[in-house]
Design a protein around this ligand. Sequence first.
Ligand SMILES: [Zn+2]
Length: 86
Amino acid sequence: MSVVTAFAGMTRVDPVVFKANCPDCRARFELAASALRLAVGATPRTTFYSFTCPECGEAVRKPAGERIVELLTGGGVRTLRLHSTL
Ligand SMILES: [Zn+2]
């Protein structure tokens, strides 16, 4: 809820859903922005998004390219910026 409030003034407030699939049980589903987390690292290799599969409960983590990062952040997905110590 606080996420929606934070973005209400600057972006569209349409409900945004992202299509995803689970590599574990192969289910396909749609996720709301609040069900996703994005972690942006120093390199594409450490940039990924994650969610919990609604079908099997598996924690899924996938690499996120530039385009996906834009898509997710634009859709109001919570973003965590990682700071590499390397
Ligand atoms: Zn699954």
